[in-house]
Write a protein that binds this ligand. Sequence first.
Ligand code: COA
Length: 248
Amino acid sequence: MPDILITDDGAIRTIRMNRLDKKNALTLDMYEAMAEAIGTAATDNAIKCLLIAGGPTVFCAGNDIGDFMKAAGGGSLGQPILNFLYALARCEKPVVAAVNGNAVGVGTTMLLHCDYVVAGNEARLSTPFVALGLVPEAASSLIAPRLMGHARAFSLLVMGQPLAAQEAKEAGIVNAVVANEETEAQAFAAAQKIAALPPQGVLVSRRLMRGSVDEIVARIDEEAEAFKARLQSPDAQAAFMAFMSRKR
Ligand code: COA
């Protein structure tokens, strides 16, 4: 089975992360597949809404740490990661997410680009970038403070304090908290509701609400430069080694 599953069901395109044995840690191929699924939805008139989903007990464990280690050696973050982030930022169609279990790193920051997020009551959002020797990405340093204010964004993005599902709702990242087994159905129902609205009205409203996409893309690039430098730092190297060699 591929690590990313794309399913079109009526007007809804579901993009499912499906590398469950690695808790949906994202590889470069997975980023590329997700970027393509978002990009091709733009020109497919039948698709009115995207739905990003993970597994029943884990949404996404963030970037593959082995890939981070390789990227640190090669000195580049990997174009597929940027392609995915650009695709999300430039996506004109509404995006819904269904989150169960852990959403770590980009697993959380991708949610900041979504329009409607349904979380299971055991969902847990975290961005341990700084503890890993890194810095926030995906324009989260721009979007998160706007969404939840500086203090809460600092606690999430810099201190790495996780948000439980209900806290994420209070912070404005999540729309609805439901029983875990209801997450996908509720997210799909929300996507259907959005897809049934007049598409131009949704598109224009969304465009107005999101503000300057160029500003978001510029922040993605600015963060990526800082991220690249931090990847090679002794702090990051030590944190990656610690994760890879941890005892369980
Ligand atoms: N990169 C690479 N592999 C990862 C991974 C990641 N981000 N997250 C999990 N995995 C792998 C583990 O190495 C393990 O592989 P193995 O079975 O071959 O040893 C497998 O996925 C299961 O992970 P495990 O840690 O045993 O699952 P868990 O349920 O105990 O914990 C998490 C789940 C998500 C809390 C934990 O895996 C984790 O903290 N992952 C790293 C998250 C992270 O820091 N991401 C980067 C953010 S910038």
